[in-house]
Design a binder for this molecule. Structure first.
Ligand code: AMP
Ligand code: ZN
Length: 142
């Protein structure tokens, strides 16, 4: 099992520090975020230590992501939230502060509930040709 002795989430996995756990099995743990953006804000993590989405092996990703709908629905049932944002931050520029892969489940209650993602659509920033080249170049990476 990959673990990092300096990682706060590995310490939670190893029961070295407490957390309000909402789900646990042999591979995945979910617990309440210590700083609740909205009521029920939960983090879902693999028990093994991987830095972020770029380092996450496909089989570990499958283990984590396949449990997300069930955990999300349990949170929804308990909180009565009317929606949910599901996100994962990778690297500092994206807001990552804990370098152990995690998915945020942020229940939503209304437009003033505490969560907001600034999202500025740039409809005219790229031509159709530029988008076609971009898609084709990404496609070529596989
Ligand atoms: P991120 O900024 O995406 O890396 O998210 C890290 C999250 O971990 C933040 O929302 C923190 O509030 C949360 N966090 C940090 N330490 C703990 C802890 N000991 N227990 C629960 N959540 C934590
Ligand atoms: Zn870790």
């Amino acid at each position: 099992m990959r673990t990092d002795p300096n990682c706060i989430f590995c310490k939670i996995v190893n029961n070295e520090i407490p957390a309000h756990k909402v789900y646990e099995d042999d591979k995945v743990l979910a617990f309440l975020d210590i700083s609740q953006v909205t009521k029920g804000h939960t983090l879902v993590i693999p028990k093994e230590h991987f830095k972020n989405i770029y380092e996450l092996p496909a089989d570990v990703a499958a283990d984590v992501f396949k449990r997300v709908p069930t955990i999300a629905k349990a949170i929804q049932r308990e909180t009565g939230a009317i929606g949910m944002n599901v996100l994962s931050n990778a690297e500092e520029i994206a807001g990552q502060t804990v370098y152990h892969f995690h998915i945020h489940l942020i229940p939503r209650y209304g437009s003033e509930d505490g969560f907001g993602a600034k999202w500025i659509a740039q409809n005219d920033a790229f031509t159709k040709e530029e988008l076609a080249t971009l898609a084709s170049n990404i496609h070529a990476q596989f």
